[in-house]
Design a protein around this ligand. Structure first.
Ligand code: S3P
Length: 420
């Protein structure tokens, strides 16, 4: 059965986190419209409030008050829940503020690497400990650094730039491939002095001030589930409205296009974050694609749903250098291998590459399979929910509700778009 119609994805999760967390360090008030109501952003909001933040619901959105660094100094225990963005950005913000903080999260977050953030922060003079959560921070004076990051990670970049605001000179951050730039965009909106030259970002220390208003575009990573499914389900035609068109987030659209899907993008006049309308429609059988390592940061969260698309395309698709997926909410490479494999997909992990061979036909669940498992990973939950729908099988997906981590209305939007 095809997917048909238009939908508004939730507010972008990455941008929503930044608006809430920047309010700890920045002065001024910001009226945020379309802030994501997902569980991860609720974790960031709860921490902002625990540190003394105040919000007000208005007809036009949430009014958030900037604390300008004047936060509860603790010692305070902060629960980041399942959210890697919350814990990593907070490390950068709190390292240079006064107080003692313990940052922890759920059992999944406790398995996620923190050294990528704590190591460069230590070089800046931060008093921070913990290779895995819980991470302990005692705020201190920070030095500027020139950091050559081995990872293309927006979370690491954000932590260092935010700490750089408290440095004693120009902090320079170099990344191997450009990662999403929401932090740079919002820092500039907050009046920070940034120089950006390709993959080198420099920040001058100083105070920041929230913009008076900010409209959060729809989450491209959420929209990607329905848009990608429309690419391989015959007869489908789906439009995401008011969705982010930030180039660092829509790498999946060029992959869908290369595979042969119909893709129309109409930009709206919107600043500072690009936004518009994206239509994806079934345009005949798809062919396999090779996704090289430089493309990965702009689609890192879309690999699970693109893997499902690849399983429906003819030929072998290769996702090169996707080892970062091993340290997301769960090891997504292993989960994809196991769960899409259970649905009959030909899927292999070769070192850090993911290879999927499709025949162009729909997937057929193995006879011995009674249920699929999302392992409580939101992106696995949404991928598998679409996989069983597309396969036309009635198979439960364990912990499918984990979709609320990033997309609270995923299942109602699925019902809206799916026409039995
Ligand atoms: C995010 C960055 C990405 C992404 C995550 C959100 C962000 O992680 O996977 O879902 O908001 O900065 P890395 O860039 O650290 O890999």
């Amino acid at each position: 059965m095809p997917l048909h119609g238009s939908f508004y994805p939730p507010g972008d999760k990455s941008i929503s986190h930044r608006l809430v967390l920047f309010a700890l360090a920045a002065k001024g008030n910001c009226l945020i419209s379309h802030l994501s109501g997902c569980a991860d952003v609720i974790s960031s909001l709860a921490i902002y409030r625990r540190l003394g933040g105040k919000t007000e619901n208005t007809a036009d959105g949430l009014l958030i008050k900037g604390l300008g660094g004047d936060i509860a100094s603790g010692p305070v225990d902060l629960n980041c829940g399942n959210s890697g963005t919350t814990i990593r950005l907070l490390c950068g913000i709190l390292a240079g503020l006064k107080g003692e903080f313990t940052l922890d999260g759920d059992d999944m977050l406790r398995k996620r690497p923190m050294v990528r953030v704590t190591e460069p922060l230590k070089r800046m003079g931060a008093q921070i400990d913990g290779c895995l959560p819980p991470v302990r921070i005692r705020g201190s004076f920070l030095h500027a650094i020139d950091y050559n990051s081995p990872l293309a990670s927006a979370q690491v970049k954000s932590a260092i730039l935010l700490a750089g605001l408290k440095g004693d000179g120009l902090t320079v951050y170099r990344e191997p491939v450009t990662s999403r730039n929401h932090t740079e965009i919002l820092l500039r909106e907050c009046g920070a002095e940034l120089k950006i030259k390709e993959n080198v970002i420099s920040i001058v220390p100083g105070d920041i001030q929230l913009p008076a208003k900010f409209t959060v575009p729809g989450d491209a990573s959420g929209a990607a589930f329905f848009l990608s499914a429309a690419a391989f389900i015959p007869g489908s035609d789906v439009t995401a409205l008011n969705v982010s068109l930030n180039p660092g987030r829509i790498g999946f659209l060029s992959v869908l296009q290369r595979m042969g899907a119909g893709v129309d993008i109409v930009a709206q006049d919107c600043a500072p974050e690009a936004q518009g309308r994206v239509r994806v429609f079934y345009n005949g059988p798809l062919k396999a694609a090779c996704i090289n390592s430089e493309e990965i940061p702009a689609l890192v969260d879309e690999v699970p749903i693109l893997a499902l698309v690849a399983a429906h395309a003819r030929g072998t698709s290769i996702f090169r250098q996707v080892s970062e997926l091993k340290v997301k909410e769960i090891n997504r490479l292993a989960a994809l291998h196991q769960q899409l494999g259970a649905l009959g997909a030909d899927i292999k992990i070769d070192g850090d590459d993911l290879l999927i061979t499709g025949t162009g036909n729909s997937l057929q669940a193995r006879k011995d399979i009674l249920a699929l498992d999302s392992f409580r990973d939101h992106r696995m939950a949404m991928t598998l929910a679409l996989a069983v729908k597309a396969a036309g099988v009635v198979l439960p997906v364990k912990d499918a509700r984990s979709a609320v981590i990033s997309y609270p209305d995923f299942f109602s939007d699925l019902n809206l778009l799916w026409h039995d």
